[in-house]
Design a binder for this molecule. Sequence first.
Ligand SMILES: [Zn+2]
Length: 368
Amino acid sequence: MYDIILKNGKIMDPIQKLESKSDIAISRGRIKAIGSFADSSANKVVDLGGAIVTPGFIDIHTHIMENLTYLGVSPDAQLHEGVTTVMDAGSLGPGNYASSRALINNARSTVYTFINLGFAGIPFFMPNGQTPDIPFKESVDVDLLKTVIDQNPEIRGIKVRPGKFSSGELGIWDIETAASVSSEIGLRTVSHVGNPPPEIEDILNALGNESVLTHAFRGGKNSLVDFVDKAKNMQNAGMIIDIGHGKAGFSFESAKYLMNNGLIPDTLSSDIHIRSITGPCKGLVETMNKFIALGMELSEIIPKVTVKPREIFDLDEGTLFPGSSADITVFTLEKKNRPLEDTEGNILYSTEVISPKLTLKNGVFVQK
Ligand SMILES: [Zn+2]
């Protein structure tokens, strides 16, 4: 007798190389087995009618420190769309990180974080402008940073936001500082790329290979278009290419050019925050829809929101392997011709979009 049996799903779990029609049995919040359970009983049996079943999606670039930072949305904002694990990308720094404990513990979604190198995280992300995360060198306290990382195991990287508005006059000093701490303690530096200065080439050089570059398919100034070979070489040596759609970080033109020239993202992520969740970003599922429209196969997309984040950041989530938490996303692909917008104001029409049907988090059904 199981708690739940999900019958007749098309299961896609990249880690198990499964892509077949099966049933999933769940008990006490965990996946017990995958197979055929026609003769087994459960408290609840749901016939999925051939819908696609994947591990709960993982969004590695979000801002979910709701009410702790201006830009934060709820950690559970995307749960009903199948995003069961989120990573906060540097909303808080060593000086205010402790304020997140109750939020992380109380969220239904599993929360991991990248801690900001700057003392107060992203403090002034205002509609009319922002101040740098690191306005002067004294706003980085490396000893406190190491202590906070030590005390909070959900921290999986150090975030920096080099750019005209976010790192101010300091150029790549923030990347160099984060990279030196990261390599000392075995984490990754996660860097955004914004408007220059600093220039993208200097950002890449300072980051090194044990890093994550987010907003990697941005358009305009500092796009990777002129550095595609350098980026590919660094990716081959270990650098993670992440999407981080957000408010200003995703261009269809860059995406087409970069992918046509062999730069394929390792991970897809939304960069949802208070000003991107309303569009055109909207969230991880809409970002995945844009990659479907760009011609990427679903079998390529799913690993980039499940097993890749799991492997890169050593997470427990991202698989349906028996014994794992029952974080499960069920959806169908629907033929739909609707406009998808990037952050440059360009439109691409969808042919198929993901239609979320059901989410389970720790074996519990999520109500919308
Ligand atoms: Zn962000």
